[in-house]
Design a protein around this ligand. Structure first.
Ligand SMILES: NC(=O)c1ccc[n+]([C@@H]2O[C@H](COP(=O)([O-])OP(=O)(O)OC[C@H]3O[C@@H](n4cnc5c(N)ncnc54)[C@H](OP(=O)(O)O)[C@@H]3O)[C@@H](O)[C@H]2O)c1
Length: 256
């Protein structure tokens, strides 16, 4: 408990973190938060190279040689392996992996294509598993941690999104399996947001936005920083005995 008047700052973090999909939106907030906490950042991107390079430049101005951007399509096994290797090489260590990259769009039953299934499962489940596998030796050496960014809809059914929900449910399952396999050296946890930012394609019109917010006890979207702070906690020494858990950051939506 803090004494009156005492301001306790968040615990400092050390080492290097790889954040997938780190150039924009939630990923960029995670990158900024971990950097501010003291970590060096590998900012992974696929199409958002300009944003990733700009973010790395901004962070390197604040602290020289503290950020690096690396491109990879996580659906391609060779690019994923190269990303893992390069992320470990630059600073000679890897302390944290944040599996944040994702795709999210409607796939109503009757029109689910194999390519959409492969994409949604590939980005949200297969890539986090194979990236964790590729990074595990370095993470074990560093006694590091993995945080997977899941979704409330891993546990709550969302119509027209069967592959996405299945992928996130799988992501939570591998969070628990890897927590067992990598203990005691590496902790593995997940964060499960609900509405944080509206989708990138503006596909949620105003009436549906209001409908969504009416279902959230906190009455608002969380904002990217809410996820970033949860990730920071799960990587911090304060969470040193926390592994295999899924931390809901959903404004209470999961309670209903
Ligand atoms: N936004 C929300 O309200 C919300 C709610 C619940 C859960 N979440 C979860 O929170 C995380 C972040 O959400 P977000 O809305 O910020 O995500 P997003 O904007 O939809 O996607 C994040 C990044 O994933 C990268 N990505 C997609 N396909 C890729 C591929 N094949 N290879 C490599 N990178 C790929 C993209 O990088 P490039 O731009 O570089 O291509 C994209 O910027 C996701 O895991 C999401 O499921 C978000």
């Amino acid at each position: 408990m803090n004494l009156p008047g005492e301001v306790r700052s968040a615990p400092a973090l050390e080492g290097t973190a790889l954040v997938t999909g780190g150039a924009r939106r939630v990923g960029a907030a995670i990158v900024r938060t971990l950097h501010q906490a003291g970590m060096n950042l590998v900012i992974h991107y696929r199409a958002s190279g300009a944003d990733a390079r700009a973010l790395a430049a901004e962070l390197n101005l604040l602290r020289p040689d503290s950020a690096l951007s690396l491109g990879a399509n996580l659906l391609k096994a060779d690019q994923l392996a190269l990303l893992a290797a390069q992320a470990q090489q630059h600073w000679g260590r890897l302390d944290a992996l944040v599996n944040n990259a994702s795709t999210y769009y409607e796939t109503p039953l009757g029109s689910i294509s194999e390519s959409a299934f492969d994409d949604l499962i590939g980005t949200n489940l297969k890539a986090p598993l194979f990236l964790s596998q590729a990074c595990a030796p370095a993470l074990r050496q560093a006694r590091g941690a993995i945080v997977n960014v899941s979704d409330l809809y891993a546990r709550k059914p969302l119509p027209r999104r069967a592959p996405y929900c299945a992928a996130k449910a799988g992501l939570e399952a591998i969070t628990r399996v890897l927590a067992l396999e990598l203990a005691p050296q590496v902790r593995v946890n997940a964060v499960a947001p609900s509405g944080i930012l509206w989708p990138i394609d503006d596909s949620v019109e105003e009436a549906r936005q209001a409908e969504h917010l009416a279902r959230v006890p906190m009455g608002r979207l969380g904002g990217a920083e809410a996820i970033a702070e949860a990730v920071r906690y799960l990587l911090s020494p304060a969470a040193g005995f926390v592994t295999g858990t899924v931390l809901a950051v959903d404004g209470g939506e999961g309670l209903l």
